[in-house]
Ligand binder design. Structure first.
Ligand code: ATP
Ligand code: 3PG
Length: 411
């Protein structure tokens, strides 16, 4: 990321001003269009409350789902949820940039909040293009003139170059909201060379994404230790030439993971500090669960084993920063949740600054009742993966361009 300190809410006077606030309210949705989890909405409450308390009229814009998918719904339930969380009525308009939306925006008073409908109902929001293209969209041209400031709080959408993310900052003075600021500050610790040792614990099912992260942190010498778990660890064991038995090899092949073996081998040969599990919890064809050493696995791998939990926990204890992403096993089944739980516990008890990503780990932290000990839980899915892989996030780039353009530069 660039060295420029991006402007925040501290750098603007919003009293009596109209603010367009981009959030990421994208939430899991049930069969009756009900929201199954409100954590993404909750995460934006401090920003919205602060803007209201400081006397702004706040218009909130978000996406929900993607066109064609079952979670692509109106934001009406989000407005109800936000009202409950804020303890104040949130106005909602079934429109984004049409005459009714514009009328409601114009009439909004300081201290009031209006939620626009799903911004991806607009075709142009679903196209990724550079900021100079997005500033010319109808969305930006129609709405920008109604606002004094644009605030981006949607870290989880920061990897998208869409009009509501990169278009408005080109034409309005723009700053980060409190959630965006918190994410950027916490995640920047990962790339701060003064804080070490740094231990990465990477697992889960998104193996190509995890491999991109490893390539980036190895290339930039960010990690002192990379402890692999989950399917990712199986890839590295195969790359080391270990035979994981027929059922696991078939599974890896079906998932397209074996094609990544040359990349994994290259990383190992480069001397990267990558650790693999010593043992696994497996299940055989009869359904028997057992612990097997990594070099002699016969059953289907479902979790890391007790020796791995012990040795990884010791390494985690030494860290000053622990970054954890993806579960260590198939934790949807309680029989295979122990590895993930114990590594999360070790990280939270280590005294290190801990950074967690992904829904699975968040669920485990809740289950352990240790949320108060967490350094940071990122709200980002794809955005976090992109950030850790060293990719430039279009949302931050756009805020930087805007800061220069409107004289809100900090450093
Ligand atoms: N050894 C393994 N074999 C098969 N699947 C595994 C293994 N280890 C972990 N998984 C699977 O990985 C999946 C989670 O990986 P993912 O990388 O998507 O995590 P996440 O980012 O926390 O998920 P989310 O997208 O919900 O936030 C789980 O469904 C889990 O069952
Ligand atoms: O859930 C997410 O990762 C964000 O809301 C971004 O959604 P997208 O991948 O559909 O752009």
């Amino acid at each position: 990321m660039s060295q420029l300190k991006l402007p925040t809410l501290d750098d603007i006077d919003v009293s009596g001003k109209k603010v367009l606030l981009r959030v990421d309210f994208n939430s899991p949705v049930g069969d009756n269009e009900e929201l199954l989890d409100d954590s993404r909405i909750r995460a934006h409450v401090p920003t919205i409350k602060e803007l209201l308390e400081r006397g702004a009229a706040v218009v909130v814009v978000s996406h929900q789902g993607r066109p064609g998918e079952s979670d692509f719904i109106t934001l009406e339930p989000h407005a109800a949820k936000l009202s409950a969380l804020l303890g104040q009525s949130v106005q909602f308009v079934e429109d984004v940039m049409g005459p009714e939306a514009r009328r409601r925006i114009k009439n909004l008073k300081p201290g009031e909040v209006l939620l626009l409908d799903n911004v991806r109902f607009l075709a142009e929001e679903n196209i990724n293009a550079p900021p100079e293209v997005q500033e010319k969209t109808y969305l930006v041209r129609r709405l920008a003139k109604l606002f004094d400031y644009y605030v981006n709080d949607a870290f989880a959408t920061a990897h998208r170059s869409q009009p509501s993310i990169v278009g408005f900052p080109m034409v309005l003075p723009s700053v980060m909201g409190r959630l965006m600021q918190k994410e950027v500050e916490a995640l920047s610790k990962i790339f701060n060379p003064k804080v070490s040792p740094k231990v990465f614990v990477l697992g889960g099912g998104k193996v190509p994404d995890s491999l991109s992260i490893i390539e980036n942190i190895v290339e930039n010498k960010v990690a002192d230790r990379i402890l692999t778990t989950g399917l990712l660890s199986e890839l590295f064991l195969v790359a080391k030439g270990i035979d994981l038995g027929e059922s696991n090899m078939k599974f890896l092949e079906k998932k397209g993971i074996l094609s990544l073996v040359p990349k994994a081998r290259k990383l190992l040969l480069s001397g990267a500090p990558i650790d693999v599990p010593l043992d696994f919890v497996t299940v055989d064809e009869e359904g028997n669960v057992k612990v097997e050493p990594a070099y002699n696995v016969t059953g289907l791998i479902r979790d890391i084993g007790p020796a791995t939990i012990r040795s990884y926990s010791e390494l985690i204890k030494e860290a000053k920063v622990v970054v954890m992403r993806g579960p260590a096993g198939v934790m949807e089944d309680p029989r295979f949740r122990k590895g993930t739980k114990e590594l999360v516990r070790a990280a939270l008890e280590s005294g290190a600054f801990t950074i967690f990503g992904g829904g699975h780990l968040t669920a485990v932290i809740e289950e352990l009742g240790m949320k108060d000990r967490v350094g940071h839980i990122s709200t980002g899915g794809g955005a976090l993966l992109a950030f850790l892989s060293g990719k430039e996030l279009p949302a931050l780039k756009a805020l930087e361009i805007s800061a220069r353009k409107f004289g809100l530069i900090k450093g």
